[in-house]
Design a protein around this ligand. Structure first.
Ligand SMILES: O=C(O)CCC(=O)C(=O)O
Ligand SMILES: [Fe+2]
Length: 259
């Protein structure tokens, strides 16, 4: 999959042009730094964005150079996603199928990132500090490194391990668990070495009309002592917000949904 993403980005600009767009209602689009016009520093990165689920996904919308591998990869990601949701449901003391049954794996949004070598890495980021929007992100990185997570008040390098996935919890998971699970802040350094390639698959619904389900803190997880701290909302509201705000250190967009 990493090779497929690399092949896409290393094509001539002329070939990639047909996918270039900043229209987030498209299922497949490619651009540089998604919130380019809002950001104070432009991230050193190009990204191919693909809404893979809910379907129907017309494979012909995917770039031909990474079409077959994306379809195969999606199959594996779906299986892993369901296993993870079962484990998280159990960890929360819920029925195994709880998170699947509330459609946490219904949406899969894939980002194929390409971070070229940066001549002046101290001036910007590969990807600014942020928390992910969805429920869970299944992230695959190559062996270059540069990803960091914020843990116990410091930035920690996530050293690449061949064949390993990084699983991040996102804002939606934090919202439905009423802060029992917290979404993790992370970033990618701009570096002189590269290119670096990564593929993140977020379990997240997007802005399409079919994604209108309301989410709030799970009833089984709230009590008198632990009352809901978030309002019911549609995930598309959060996604739209993520595309209009600048990523910054005060990252969680969840503050907009607090009661
Ligand atoms: O490139 C990476 O390792 C991180 C990507 C990421 O954080 C994201 O897609 O949300
Ligand atoms: Fe992320």
């Amino acid at each position: 999959m990493l090779d497929g993403v690399r092949r896409f980005h290393e094509q001539d600009a002329e070939v990639k042009r047909e996918f270039y767009s900043r229209d987030i209602t498209k299922r497949v689009f490619y651009n540089t730094h998604f919130n380019f016009h809002k950001a104070s520093e432009v991230n050193w990165r190009d990204t191919l964005s693909c809404l893979l689920a809910p379907g129907p996904l017309d494979p012909h919308q995917l770039p031909s150079i990474c079409r077959d591998v994306t379809i195969k990869y999606l199959d594996h990601v779906k299986k892993l996603a369901l296993t993870l949701l079962e484990l998280f449901s159990e960890a929360l003391g819920l029925e195994r199928s709880y998170l699947k049954d509330i459609d946490c794996a219904k949406g899969i949004f894939m980002l194929g990132h390409y971070y070229p070598p940066c001549p002046e890495p101290e001036l910007t980021w590969g990807l600014s500090s942020h928390t992910d929007v969805g429920f869970v992100t299944i992230l695959l990185q190559d062996l270059v490194g540069g990803l960091q997570v914020f843990y116990e008040n410091q930035w920690i390098d996530v050293t690449p391990i061949p064949g390993a996935f990084i699983i991040n919890l996102g804002n939606m998971m934090q919202l439905i668990t009423n802060d029992k699970f917290i979404s993790v802040k992370h970033r990618v350094l701009a570096q002189k070495v590269g290119p670096r390639v990564s593929v993140s698959c977020s379990l997240r619904q997007h802005v399409q009309d079919e994604c209108q389900r309301m989410y709030g803190p799970i009833k089984e997880l709230v009590t008198k002592e632990n009352p809901p701290i978030y309002k019911e909302m549609k995930m598309s509201d959060l996604v739209k917000l993520a595309y209009t705000k600048e990523l910054d250190d005060d990252v969680s967009l969840l503050k907009h949904f607090r009661i």
